[in-house]
Write a protein that binds this ligand. Structure first.
Ligand SMILES: NC(=O)c1ccc[n+]([C@@H]2O[C@H](COP(=O)([O-])OP(=O)(O)OC[C@H]3O[C@@H](n4cnc5c(N)ncnc54)[C@H](OP(=O)(O)O)[C@@H]3O)[C@@H](O)[C@H]2O)c1
Length: 243
């Protein structure tokens, strides 16, 4: 039976490239996207490369949508092997919002809805299917800006990046990784947070030094982790990131 991977928000950016790299490893990828047209176009471009891909309508901030998508995967495949919680937003960076005073409450709510609650919903709804896998893997796409250690270290590259909502949303996502890893200990499912580095995407902007190819390496690595691999950790390409 083929390995099945769901990548949320994979119509573009690192989600799309992660799906592509996983599909190149003979994995059947489910392109989770909230926009049908964009999701189907992404699937077509993978299929045109001869890769095995399928569209899954999935808006991570809509509970019904997440439930329906999990039901669709249950009906179609009966299991899920890999869940990459990739869907995310960072409107503060684009809008130049770097202080508490500048951050509108509704924007903060939107950021948490997508980056934290969305990941929660996907995990909760897809866990029953991941439990049907012989080696379930969950990758939470986080960021070093969510590391409280990095944020508190004046010498850190990340010290000066102060998008209040985004940073703290990734800290909260990391906290979920820790909680979930504890709940899953003793099972064959592993969950980890990753940081791809600062990557040229719509979120990262053209100013970012890293390519999408470079960014997704750590996602793919942890999505395909061996049986003796880590769980409950936070990693970039160079190794462990402090919480
Ligand atoms: N780029 C960086 O430097 C960087 C660094 C650290 C971490 N990250 C993280 O990497 C992940 C991927 O971001 P990216 O850099 O590849 O940016 P991106 O190209 O903007 O991709 C973000 C993806 O998330 C999707 N998305 C947003 N809200 C969604 C929702 N409610 N339901 C489903 N999908 C939704 C977007 O879909 P639409 O096209 O419909 O908007 C898009 O496909 C994010 O979690 C981000 O925080 C990025």
């Amino acid at each position: 039976m083929k390995t099945i991977a769901l990548i949320t928000g994979s119509n573009k950016g690192m989600g799309f490239e992660s799906a592509r790299q996983l599909a190149k490893q003979d994995i059947h990828v489910l392109i989770g996207a909230r926009n049908s047209e964009k999701g189907k176009a992404a699937v077509k471009s993978l299929q045109d490369e001869g890769l095995s891909a399928e569209f899954l309508l999935l808006d991570v901030i809509n509970e019904e949508s997440v439930k329906n998508s999990a039901q669709a995967v249950a009906n179609q495949h009966g299991k899920l092997d890999i869940l990459v919680n990739n869907a995310g937003i960072n409107p503060e960076y684009r809008q130049g919002i770097f202080t508490f005073e500048q951050l509108p409450f509704d924007l903060l709510i939107q950021i948490y809805e997508t980056n934290v609650f969305g990941a929660f919903l996907a995990i909760r709804e897809f866990l029953p299917l991941l439990r049907k896998s012989t080696a379930g893997r969950i990758v939470n796409v986080s960021s070093s800006v969510g590391s409280l250690t990095e944020q508190s270290n004046r010498e850190s590259l990340y010290y000066g990046i102060n998008t209040v909502g985004y940073n703290s949303s990734k800290t909260a996502l990391n906290a979920m990784t820790v909680q979930l890893a504890k709940q899953l200990s003793g099972t064959t499912i592993k969950v980890n947070s990753i940081c791809p580095g600062w990557v040229k995407t719509d979120i990262g902007s053209d100013a970012a030094p890293r390519t999408v190819d470079e960014g997704v390496r750590i996602i793919v690595q942890l999505a395909t982790l061996a049986e003796d691999g880590a769980s409950g950790g936070f990693f970039n390409e160079d190794g462990m990131i402090p919480w």
